[in-house]
Design a binder for this molecule. Structure first.
Ligand SMILES: [Zn+2]
Length: 101
């Protein structure tokens, strides 16, 4: 049902919208959210409990962090992502250009 809600201005980005609630989007709603020190500490404590729980996902995260650290200490190169720019391509003015051979 369109236009179910009255027109209003988003308090974050000042866009006019007719959606439910004061904000135009979840992004604006999250931006306006105030995260207190208490919230940060609760989240940190939850993360600490999860990482020490022996959960399979937590173990994988710990393993991947340790593997990366050991690779650095061994002087081994970190896995590289392939260069997105091809051999006959270059970037100029923010655009990707391809040269003909
Ligand atoms: Zn907005």
């Amino acid at each position: 049902m369109p236009n179910q809600y009255k027109s209003k201005i988003c308090p974050q980005c000042y866009t006019e919208h007719r959606k439910r609630g004061p904000f135009c989007s979840k992004v604006c709603s999250n931006k306006a959210r105030i995260v207190t020190q208490e919230t940060r500490e609760k989240k940190a404590e939850s993360m600490r409990a999860f990482m020490n729980s022996g959960n399979e996902t937590a173990e994988k995260i710990i393993w991947s962090l340790q593997a990366t650290k050991e690779e650095r200490e061994d002087g081994l190169p970190l896995p590289q992502t392939p260069d997105p720019i091809g051999r006959n391509q270059f970037v100029s003015g923010g655009d990707l250009w391809t040269q003909d051979d």
